[in-house]
Design a protein around this ligand. Structure first.
Ligand SMILES: Nc1nc2c(c(=O)[nH]1)N[C@H]1C(S)=C(S)[C@@H](COP(=O)(O)OP(=O)(O)OC[C@H]3O[C@@H](n4cnc5c(=O)[nH]c(N)nc54)[C@H](O)[C@@H]3O)O[C@H]1N2
Ligand SMILES: Nc1nc2c(c(=O)[nH]1)N[C@H]1C(S)=C(S)[C@@H](COP(=O)(O)OP(=O)(O)OC[C@H]3O[C@@H](n4cnc5c(=O)[nH]c(N)nc54)[C@H](O)[C@@H]3O)O[C@H]1N2
Ligand code: SF4
Ligand SMILES: [Mo]
Length: 689
């Protein structure tokens, strides 16, 4: 530990597209302040409120100080243990489970708690692959979007944030960047000031929707028909760019056939929109260039999610919007790099059982041959973030399940574990952080020593591998060694710029023009408007709509989107008071409800008790509860996922979070403090300029 004050340049690795460059001020070995830096021009010196207060997590009461082992069975207590004892116990359990059942009875369970390249798919992958455990399909987020965009365009980087200034028309579709990627917002505003039109397509009237020229407040899950109506309009009105289509795309005819049934009127009826407004958007999109679509993740989280993203991302091809700065689309930029973890894992993936993470409840309760006997959770908080929460909790409560949770704080999942291991935060170890919203990769450097007995992921999985006598991990025991190894597998120029400057931009450039600087990564270099192989894997086929799951018993759609308070459930420990359910005043009136009532929101899967806030920004028949709540943030310990089924999206095996259909009734009336009421009426982290 160093005395005195110093600053450290690093990067935010949380699951957020912006990957801000940070300046961390440290005094006498403790974090004093976290701020944005200018290292990454997209950060431009400002960051969100969540990470400004990240020190409260680092030193907070929820932080796990040392390993813990549960004594006295499922209802026994978690007691302080040494690393040696905790890892020894895990290793011996892994061996005994392998001997009794098979290594496939062990299920590693991880997601994007940190987006750093070292925190997953390094020593963990080697350990679990070599041992032969079950494999995890990491599907909880972005699988429908990435499967659809990959099928259409291969890995093609999108329009960068700064180039939104050049657009004359911006469509923000199923994204809420005011909370979920704040550095895009000033560029949208700059474009608007320069005369660009803004269209927002979202069931909620978000901050951006309030500032938009047109807000299409569609019913959740109906994006596919809205986008198909735009396709039909383009084709039927001879506004499709036939020249571009014949030079750069295949499958246009098949798309045209499937879009044919979706007249503006029919789509507007299904989506609950004013047909004139929808037609107006179709005309704007046909007429105005450059036009850019910011496609978010909100539209993928329902049964039609894959087809929704497919039909939205196909629009710039049909309308011929590429080839100019500020024209095209942005989705995820994770394809900007050529290296992948396979370049450094060095152990082939075994052909063991593949478990879709959205089916965690089923896996723990129903899977046989072998049953899951050990769950090893890291970078993830499945007790609250996965679908069908009650099944997940029932599974985690199994007497004969051995659960390891490796985390920074005592999450709801950690509280149910048999062994808890303390992890470092990004302020305590090295990492490499690619941005999935932009085309940069940055070096994360430790600003402080590890707090308590926390250790980085690479170190713990390497040590466990050594204890199990596996040979793959011996040379990679520390984060520094892993850093050298991973950068060693990258092209020399990329690695040296990253290490010297702390930041490197992909070879496609920081601001590529689509179809000028970057082209589709598909096998023939063309846009595959009708990827046949996907058609056969998709229950209703490509560009097909599956009916709304609303029933008379459960007439309300529940949306659980990102808010500015947490990143998924990360930082959820810092929330004060219960989260509130947001409902349109007209829906509340029909049920005799008002702000401050404690309500019960329920369906056949479960129920959530929480206070109510009336919010005219919600669409009628749509209610909202934030995603990422901890169990303490509702009155009965259930979160939105207690109402979400574990069915899968049409494409990509994703979660259908926003397909939850519910009813709401009053329990009692309580007084609320203003912070809870403000949740979504001021859902903005945007900088004040
Ligand atoms: N502050 C903050 N930032 C985050 C996160 C966070 O939790 N907090 N999470 C990060 C992660 S993991 C992700 S994946 C991204 C997600 O970021 P976004 O892409 O913004 O996704 P969501 O927050 O799920 O939803 C975005 C919007 O979609 C709307 N929506 C819901 N259903 C539908 C629908 O059927 N159609 C349409 N058109 N819109 C719909 C919601 O009302 C919401 O306003 O954000 C990242 N950034
Ligand atoms: N109802 C509903 N549920 C949702 C969503 C929704 O829209 N609605 N969105 C979904 C989305 S988009 C996503 S991406 C998922 C995310 O769900 P999860 O993957 O569960 O993400 P988090 O809740 O952020 O939990 C990540 C955990 O990893 C820990 N962690 C961070 N860094 C490290 C590290 O270096 N080492 C270790 N060992 N642990 C670390 C954090 O402390 C945190 O507890 O949630 C999904 N859940
Ligand atoms: S969470 Fe997003 S906006 Fe906040 S500091 Fe990290 S990258 Fe930046
Ligand atoms: Mo996500």
């Amino acid at each position: 530990m160093k005395w005195g004050r110093s600053t450290v340049d690093t990067v935010c690795p949380l699951d957020c597209p912006d990957a801000c460059s940070l300046e961390v001020t440290v005094e006498n070995g403790k974090v004093l302040r976290i701020d944005g830096s200018q290292t990454h021009d997209a950060t431009n010196g400002y960051i969100c409120g969540k990470v400004r207060r990240f020190g409260e997590r680092v030193y907070g009461d929820a932080r796990i100080p040392h390993p813990l082992i549960r004594e006295g069975g499922r209802n026994g207590e978690l007691r302080k243990a040494s690393w040696d004892d905790a890892l020894g116990l895990i290793a011996s359990r892994m061996e005994s489970i392998r001997d009794e059942w098979s290594a496939e009875a062990i299920l590693p369970f991880s997601y994007g708690g940190s987006n750093g390249l070292l925190t997953q798919d390094t020593t963990d992958a080697r350990l679990f692959r070599q041992f032969g455990t079950s494999r995890l399909a990491r599907t909880v987020c972005a699988m429908p979007t990435s499967t659809a965009s990959q099928a259409l365009y291969g890995k093609m980087p999108g329009v960068t944030y700064a180039d939104y200034r050049y657009a004359r028309l911006i469509i923000v579709w199923g994204a809420n960047p005011s909370s979920s990627g704040i550095h895009l917002v000033p560029h949208i505003k700059a474009a608007q000031e320069a005369g660009a039109a803004l269209v927002v397509i979202d069931p909620r009237r978000t901050n951006l929707a309030k500032q938009a020229d047109i807000h299409l407040a569609l019913k959740p899950g109906t994006d596919v028909v809205v986008a198909l109506a735009l396709h039909r309009f383009l084709f039927e009105q001879d506004r499709a760019d036939e020249e571009f289509l014949s030079a750069h795309a295949s499958g246009a005819e098949r798309l045209r056939e499937r879009a044919a049934e979706w007249t503006i009127d029919r789509a507007a009826d299904v989506a609950g929109l004013d047909p004139e407004l929808l037609e107006h958007v179709a005309e704007m999109y046909a007429d105005i260039s450059p036009a850019v679509i910011r496609c978010g993740w909100g539209l993928e989280r329902n049964r039609n999610g894959g087809n929704a993203v497919l039909s939205v991302l196909a629009l710039p091809t049909v309308a011929g919007k590429f080839g100019v700065r500020g024209g095209g689309y942005s989705m995820s930029n994770s394809g900007a790099w050529t290296h992948t973890p396979e370049d450094w894992i060095g152990v082939a993936e075994p052909d063991t059982r593949l478990v879709n993470m959205n089916h965690l409840g089923r896996a723990l309760l129903d899977y046989r041959d072998p049953p899951v006997q050990m769950l090893f959770v890291y970078n993830c908080n499945p007790a609250v973030t996965m679908p069908n929460q009650n099944r997940v909790l029932e599974g985690l409560a199994r007497e004969d399940l051995f659960t390891v949770v490796f985390d920074q704080v005592m999450t709801d999942t950690a509280a149910l574990a048999d062994v808890v291991l303390p992890a470092t935060t990004f302020l305590e170890s090295y990492d490499i952080v690619p941005s999935y919203g932009l085309s940069t990769m940055q070096l994360a450097k430790p600003a402080i020593d590890a707090v308590g007995e926390a250790r980085p992921n690479v170190e713990v999985f390497a040590e466990l591998g050594a204890r199990l006598g596996l040979d793959a991990n011996h040379d990679h025991a520390t984060d520094v060694e892993a850093l050298l190894e991973v950068t060693g597998a990258m092209p020399d120029e990329v690695a040296s710029t990253l290490m010297d400057a702390g930041i490197v931009t992909a070879s496609t450039g920081g601001a590529p023009i689509q179809f000028v600087d970057v082209t589709p990564g598909t096998p023939d270099g063309k846009v595959q408007l009708f990827p046949e192989a996907l058609d056969h894997q998709t229950p209703a086929g490509l560009y097909r709509y599956q009916e709304d799951p609303t029933t008379d018993d459960y007439p309300l759609s529940l949306i659980s989107a990102a808010t500015d308070k947490t990143i998924n459930s990360t930082l959820g420990e810092l929330r004060r008071g219960p989260a509130t359910l947001h409902m349109h005043p007209a829906d509340a009136e029909r049920r005799g409800l008002s702000t401050g009532d404690t309500v019960r929101m329920f369906n056949a899967l479960g129920e959530v008790h929480c206070p109510l806030t009336l919010n005219p920004d919600m669409r009628r028949s749509t209610v909202g509860l934030p995603k990422g709540l901890w169990r303490m943030s509702t009155l009965n310990g259930s979160t939105a996922n207690a109402l979400v089924s574990d069915e899968l999206t049409d494409i990509g095996g994703g979660a259908v979070f926003n397909d939850a259909r519910v009813e709401v009734a009053r329990v009692v009336t309580v007084a609320l403090d203003s912070e809870n009421v403000a949740e979504w009426t001021a859902d903005s982290d945007e900088p004040v300029h």
